[in-house]
Design a protein around this ligand. Structure first.
Ligand code: NI
Length: 160
């Protein structure tokens, strides 16, 4: 396991579309492990492969308080959304910043797991927010372009 370098806002790789994974390889398994380590190390709840410079459709998420409910999404697609939530959002590629973004309250995703088997993941509230945020990374989008009002410094506004 190893920490990967996080690409920061302004780095052109963050604005590129990622490619679907066609087969699971040892290299990709290593990437997934490293992404979890990097995410936990930075106290993040989600990370997309493009954030560590790899243009592949790989996402890791863990919104649990004990950091013991890892979710791996390969080639994820949103298949259903419901409702709406207001709340703050932040991103490991935009350190020290936080902003308000309206999101669906429930998000259902289909994807492949680490064995390339089809799965569905449904989340509400924070998990819904993480799912949509990370899947947008795969499309080359950053939450800062969806913020309502201004982007705050984390010293001005605490994450809720
Ligand atoms: Ni992010």
């Amino acid at each position: 396991m190893a920490l990967r370098n996080i690409r920061l806002i302004g780095d052109e790789i963050l604005y590129k579309k990622t490619k679907p994974v066609v087969e699971m390889t040892d290299k990709l398994k290593q990437l997934i492990e490293d992404m979890f380590e990097t995410m936990y190390h930075g106290d993040g709840v989600g990370l997309a492969a493009s954030q560590v410079g790899i243009l592949k459709q790989v996402v890791v998420i863990d919104v649990s308080e004990e950091a013991n409910q890892p979710i791996i999404l390969i080639n994820p697609e949103i298949i259903h959304t419901e409702g709406e939530q207001d709340g703050t959002e932040a991103c490991m590629s935009v350190p020290g910043k936080i902003g308000y973004v309206k999101r669906p309250n429930l998000v259902r995703v289909k994807a492949l797991d680490e064995n390339m088997e089809p799965i569905e993941v449904e989340g509400e509230e924070l998990l819904a927010r993480a799912l949509i945020h990370e899947i947008e990374h795969l499309a080359g989008e950053l939450y800062v372009d969806k913020v309502e009002g201004k982007l705050y410094d984390t010293t001005e506004l605490k994450d809720e």
